[in-house]
Write a protein that binds this ligand. Structure first.
Ligand SMILES: [Zn+2]
Length: 281
């Protein structure tokens, strides 16, 4: 898909399945189960990574869950075998060496898992040897400081090799990452969670990350159980979705199994709804 001078492509970092209750928090099951495909209490969760070719740089937003699941976790999450992100990039004609910048909205396993991989000898290394990896400093500190209450959320094997390789670049708050791509810290899902604005030729797309991961999360009060600051998500989400509607921006969903992007509209019942869905960029 063309956005001004930029070429945007959806690259799947792999689909997996996750407990539906965790994805909808306090929303009653009787309500959310009507909006998504449910199988044995699990729902399908895509990891829609976005490749941006700016003409000068090759940028990847998110890295999916990667290839390091142990068998137990792969079974629970029905993870795809192999390295889905790397294989899907290759199918799109992009090698791991070509990625100049990898931007992470936050550092949970389904976003940062593909940032590192095992080499042939079983040693950890970064997946993209030439990339700068961009994350919020607050998020990085929370993910790596060893806080016991956050340990389960941030497997260190996804993160430490980035810093060890000297490829980590931390940003503080709202910032321009490169011309046409800027970050806005929203908090909510995690303290350092950020969304990304992609702007070129007068057009704008917003990668919503886990502020609004799926079409089913468009109602402002429908939030994930994982959100550490539920009220913050409930404040920021309608503000940003309203802006997207009013300015006719494109919304990009990170976990929707059907839609990678959408034009949005206001909806009397649900607050916001998809006006026009786009399955793949
Ligand atoms: Zn996520």
């Amino acid at each position: 898909m063309i956005l001004g001078d930029f070429q945007l492509t959806t690259i799947s970092g792999g689909t997996c399945w996750i407990d539906g209750g965790t994805m909808f928090g306090v929303v009653p099951r009787a309500l959310w189960k009507r909006t998504v495909e449910v199988d044995d209490d699990m729902i399908a969760m895509a990891t829609n990574c976005v490749l941006i070719e700016t003409g000068e740089q090759t940028v990847l937003i998110e890295t999916g869950y990667g290839s390091k699941f142990d068998e137990k976790r792969r079974k629970i999450h029905r993870g795809e075998p192999g390295d889905p992100l790397v294989e899907n990039l290759a199918a799109a004609g992009v090698s791991v060496e070509q990625i100049d910048v990898a931007i992470l909205s936050h550092l949970h396993f389904d976003h940062a898992g593909g940032a590192t991989q095992f080499d042939e000898r079983g040693n950890l290394r970064t997946t993209f040897p030439n990339a700068k990896y961009i994350a919020q400093r607050r998020e990085w500190i929370n993910a790596t400081a060893g806080y016991p209450e956050l340990q389960g959320a941030y497997p260190q094997e996804n993160l430490l090799p980035i810093a060890e390789a000297g490829q980590l670049e931390l940003i503080d708050g709202n910032a321009e990452i490169l011309p046409g791509i800027r970050a806005r810290v929203t908090g909510g899902h995690t303290e350092g969670h950020q969304v990304l604005y992609i702007e070129s030729g007068g057009e704008t797309a917003v990668f919503l990350a886990d502020l609004c991961p799926m079409e089913a999360h468009l109602p402002p009060l429908w939030c994930m159980a994982y959100d550490i600051d539920l009220l913050q998500t409930r404040r920021v989400k309608p503000e940003l979705l309203g802006q997207i509607v009013d300015r006719d921006w494109l919304a990009l969903f990170d976990h929707d199994p059907r839609l990678a992007a959408a034009r949005l509209t206001r909806d009397e019942k649900r607050g916001f709804a998809v006006a026009e869905g786009i399955e793949r960029l």
